[in-house]
Ligand binder design. Structure first.
Ligand SMILES: Cc1cc2nc3c(=O)[nH]c(=O)nc-3n(C[C@H](O)[C@H](O)[C@H](O)COP(=O)(O)O)c2cc1C
Length: 315
């Protein structure tokens, strides 16, 4: 079994030290472990051209409009593909994981076979876990997004085995004075291995419970008078006592969330996208009336002439 760690913080910094404690535990439990520092890799940001999406819809192998040797995206994807377990370790930057993490995730879109695009929703069973460190407690968006990156990188199914978040740890390496945190990271590694060795399909979650029982995050949005988990889309209603929200009564199973065949089918359905796919042409493009096509072409030509972008000053 291979467990891969991705470090997104400072070299030998707090999150990296915790990651190494987790990986060491995995190694002790029999895994082949490795890690890389995301900052050592160059990733061109996704331009949104949708080439990979269109290839996926045509059931063809995905690739990017960037050649594979233009950056290190493919190498990262290959390492992730070869791994059974993935542990992300990151510092909080402005309430969130570092931007490079989402740059990696966006580009990973051209490397994975999105479920459904190949008519098959089954995936290799894999496990992910997340380690987060904040200098303060300004971290509200941090773990949900970090967990989302891990979950998406492994193919959009719910396989989060554990997560840990540490607050008030600003100075580089100061986590080494926090034995409880180091032990927790070691436990996280053991938990990843417990789940990798589990015979059943389900991945049992070992971390602190979040508000959402499916993805274990705690960011909810209000939609159509109901509450929905902002990460996995699980829906429910608030239970109000003495004028205060005491809990949420969730009312569907995992099949009602993003991390399910239902979620993927829903994402790919025409009602969801509000545009019809050109199925006769192999689902390559969207279908618009001639009138709509004219309106869009004329509008884009008009707006492209309004304002030239300010370009970077370079020698
Ligand atoms: C650009 C930047 C933004 C940061 N924003 C936050 C923040 O929003 N919340 C927080 O708790 N810590 C924030 N921090 C502090 C780091 O999370 C903290 O120093 C952490 O220990 C770094 O982990 P590392 O040693 O693994 O790199 C920020 C640090 C930097 C450099």
């Amino acid at each position: 079994m291979k467990v891969l760690g991705i470090a997104m913080g400072r070299r030998n910094g707090n999150s990296e030290i915790l990651l190494k404690h987790a990986l060491k535990a995995c190694e002790e439990d029999g895994a082949e472990v490795s890690f890389f520092r995301l900052h050592d890799y160059h990733i061109n940001p996704c331009t949104g051209c949708e080439l990979c999406t269109k290839l996926g819809r045509r059931h063809e192998e995905r690739h990017c409009m960037y050649p594979w040797d233009a950056d290190d995206t493919r190498q990262i994807a290959d390492m992730i593909e070869a791994a059974d377990g993935l542990i992300l370790a990151a510092p909080a930057y402005h309430l969130m994981p570092p931007g490079i993490g989402t740059v990696m995730l966006n580009r990973n879109h051209c490397c994975i076979d999105v479920p459904g695009h190949r008519g098959d929703y089954s995936f290799k069973r894999r496990v992910c876990a997340s380690i987060g460190v904040g200098g303060s407690d300004w971290t509200s968006l941090f773990m949900p997004i970090l967990n989302f990156i891990g979950t998406e990188m492994l193919g959009s199914t719910m396989h989060l085995a554990d997560q840990m978040k540490l607050h008030r740890t600003p100075a580089v390496g100061m986590v080494l004075c926090n034995k409880e945190a180091l032990d927790r990271a070691t436990q996280l590694g053991h938990n990843v291995m417990t789940e990798l060795k589990r015979e059943e399909e389900v991945v049992v979650y070992h971390g602190e419970e979040g508000m959402c029982p499916i993805c274990h995050n705690s960011i909810v949005v209000i939609r159509n008078g109901r509450m929905a988990c902002a990460i996995c889309d699980y829906e429910g209603d608030p239970v109000i006592e003495d004028g205060k929200i005491k809990s949420i009564k969730w009312d569907c199973g995992i099949e009602g969330t993003r991390w399910s065949p239902h979620g993927n089918e829903h994402h790919d359905s025409e009602q969801f996208t509000s545009v019809k796919f050109d199925k006769e042409a192999g689902g390559v493009g969207y279908v618009f009336t001639e009138e709509q096509q004219k309106e869009m072409a004329e509008g884009r030509a008009k707006w492209s002439k309004y304002l030239e972008p300010v370009m970077p000053k370079r020698k």
